[in-house]
Design a protein around this ligand. Sequence first.
Ligand code: E4P
Length: 218
Amino acid sequence: MKFFVDTADLKEIQEMNALGILDGVTTNPSLMAKIGVQGRENVLNHYKTICEMVDGDISAEVISTDFEGMIREGEELAALHENIVVKVPMIKEGIKAIKYFTDKGIKTNCTLVFSVGQAILAAKAGATYLSPFLGRLDDVSTDGLSLIADICTVYDNYMFETEVLAASVRHPMHIIECAKIGADVVTCPASAIDKLFNHPLTDIGLQQFLADYKKVEG
Ligand code: E4P
């Protein structure tokens, strides 16, 4: 399973990258706004900085909703670095853009996916990654994990190469359940990755070992 961090915050990215287990980064316009990046030039430079920090796929989202605009933006983003993945919304123009980018050898991440039907369309267009938003489905009392499982089944049935990138992850159990289902990638907030470390028996055990070693030392 690949592990992406879902943030545009350079400090968080640096911390996660230092663990040595990071395979990539996903961003979105809301995450960029959250850290206060302003102006197109600064946005592009920010993506470049992330690419230089992390050796893995970095998703950068287009803002346009028309085909021509998406192509213009996507090509500009892809030119920044070979690891840029152009993130495109799941709309008709987006599917056309994904097909275009696929034919050009540009990697894509189809975002805002909430159904198996949408997942089939993105795979047919050749998306590199598909981002079903499981947390947002849970938020409206719908089972996000079932959607991830259903998409994995359909993709396996037809050996689609599109990788299932579980997104909108809220907590460690989302990560664990996605791993059990067999999602190819999970993108998580840094806080959820941090929480995977926690276990009281690890803390108690370590304290005991350290205390006992003091006796060994004399
Ligand atoms: C995915 O790529 C999105 O950036 C993200 O996971 C959305 O998560 P949210 O529902 O917590 O905003």
